[in-house]
Every structure is written in structure tokens, then in C-alpha cells.
Write a protein that binds this ligand. Structure first.
Ligand code: URA
Length: 272
């Protein structure tokens, strides 16, 4: 059996020789094998690669059939009165839900209202009459407003959707997205000092938020730079759960106080 120290010496010399010829052991780098880029069939691309390819190939913005066309947006922006906007809404199929033959529920109230109330979508009664909040929720809304001495005809009431969804289901994200530019233009024509959102659909749509109602309600949020927006419960929720009434009462009292502070017009009967 050979001497182990002799064996170690021989290994050492072998390594030194290898290092002289190649590179220090341990710093050898894997050989760079360059593989030519293979033409990739589109189906084999990853999702990211595919979308990058698509945007590189796209010359013109594709028109999204689920969003008002650029021409419609232009006509919308050109509306300076509620009558002009209403006429445009009458012709805008994009505002419709998949329920056939619904009536436009444009919104109702004072054209220069300092307070705008925004609900979710028309129900059966609203669809039949073409007016917002005329059913059971509407009756409760009228009473809430009377309690803070605000008359319905002095404010403006509208909804996120201007047509009734089937079976009173919640408006889909797509329906809200299609309708929003029309409501925004309506708000910009009316220029209210305050906006009150009733319920989660209205609040989350306008505030572009996914926060729960309990986090959004009862405070003033800045909205699109020019407006102040308050959120409270939808009257339909109050009809189902009377325990929400106390919070709603506090919210609308705050709303009324802010309305007075901002010099809301008309100065409704002084609030006690
Ligand atoms: N609920 C709403 O959100 N809007 C209406 O117009 C009626 C009921």
C-alpha cells in the first residue's frame, strides 16, 4: 500500500498542473454553450411573451366592444346640459343590461343641485316609471331626507346603472364600467358640492375601492379632484336590517352639516 502523503503530493501536483493549463480549480466556469434562438411557435410562448408579442404587433388600439366607443365618449364630453346628455343616453345601447326592453332611468332632480345622491340600479318600479328610487327603498330615502330637512326636488338622484338588471341582481363590473362615463359626465354637468353614495356598489364604483362599506361610510372622501363624497348604507339594507339605521342617521346628519358649511343651495329649512 503506497504512502498516503505521497498520494496527496501527487494529487496536489496534478491540480497545480491543471490550474496552469486551465484555470484555478473552483473557478472553472461552465462552458458557454450558445444555443441559437429557435423560432417559437406562438402557442408555445408563455403568457407574458404572448402579451408582449401582441402589444408589439398592435398598431391601433383595438376597440373594446364593452366600452363606449371613442366617438361615443367624444359625444358624451360634448354634452353640456342634462337634456343633451339624456338624449344621448336614450340612444346608447351600451347602457343596457341583458334584460330586454328596459326604460332609461336617467335620474331626476334639480339640474344645478348641490347634493347628488347615487344609488345602484333601477328596480322594477323604477323601470316602469323611468324614475329613480320610487319603490320601497325610495320611500325610505324620502323619509331620511325629510328627517334632515332636504327635499327631493332640490337635489339630484341617479344610479350607477341607467337600466334595470335582470332579477334585480347586482350590476356586473362590466355593466358598471360601461355606464360610468355617462354618470361622470352627469356629475360634471350638475357640479354638486356633495355626493352621497348609497350602498356598496355605488361607493366602490365611484371610489374605485374594494373596501367594505363599514370602512367607507360616514366620512368624506375626495372624488375626482373636484368633489366631496360621503358613503352610507343603501335604504334597501335598512329595510332588511334595522340595526343599520343608527349609523345611517349619524352619516346623514354629518352630510347635512357639511352641506350647510359648504353653502349648499337652497339653504334648506335650518336643521335644528
Ligand atoms: N335601488 C337603487 O339603487 N336605485 C333605485 O333607483 C331604486 C332602488
Amino acid at each position: 500500500m503506497s504512502d498516503p502523503s505521497d498520494l496527496i503530493n501527487r494529487i496536489q501536483r496534478f491540480i497545480e498542473l491543471q490550474e496552469e493549463v486551465y484555470a484555478p480549480v473552483g473557478k472553472l466556469e461552465a462552458p458557454q454553450v450558445s444555443t441559437p434562438a429557435l423560432p417559437k411557435d406562438k402557442e408555445n410562448l408563455t403568457k407574458e411573451e404572448n402579451s408582449a408579442e401582441e402589444s408589439a404587433e398592435t398598431i391601433e388600439e383595438p376597440t373594446d366592444p364593452n366600452y363606449p366607443s371613442p366617438e361615443m365618449i367624444e359625444s358624451l364630453k360634448a354634452c353640456t346640459t342634462l337634456d343633451e346628455l339624456r338624449a344621448l343616453c336614450e340612444t346608447a345601447d351600451i347602457l343596457k343590461t341583458d334584460l330586454p326592453d328596459t326604460k332609461l332611468v336617467f335620474g331626476k332632480g334639480h339640474p344645478q343641485a348641490d347634493l347628488m345622491i347615487i344609488g345602484e340600479a333601477p328596480g322594477a318600479k323604477e323601470d316602469a316609471l323611468g324614475e329613480p328610487f320610487v319603490g320601497a327603498s325610495g320611500n325610505l330615502l324620502t323619509k331620511i331626507l325629510e328627517a334632515i330637512k332636504i327635499g327631493r326636488s332640490d337635489i339630484f338622484i341617479a344610479n350607477i346603472l341607467k337600466h334595470r338588471p335582470p332579477e334585480n341582481r347586482n350590476p356586473t363590473a362590466e355593466e358598471r364600467r360601461r355606464s360610468l362615463p355617462f354618470l361622470e359626465q352627469q356629475i360634471d354637468i350638475i357640479k354638486p358640492k356633495l355626493i352621497l353614495c348609497l350602498g356598496l356598489v355605488s361607493a366602490q364604483t365611484l371610489l374605485e375601492s374594494s373596501a367594505p362599506l363599514k370602512d367607507l361610510r360616514g366620512k368624506f372622501h375626495p372624488y375626482r379632484g373636484d368633489y366631496e363624497l360621503m358613503v352610507t348604507y343603501h335604504p334597501a339594507a335598512l329595510l332588511r336590517n334595522k340595526h343599520l339605521k343608527r349609523d345611517t342617521w349619524e352619516d346623514v346628519q354629518k352630510l347635512r352639516a357639511r352641506y350647510d358649511e359648504l353653502g349648499g343651495n337652497p339653504a334648506f329649512a335650518p336643521y335644528k
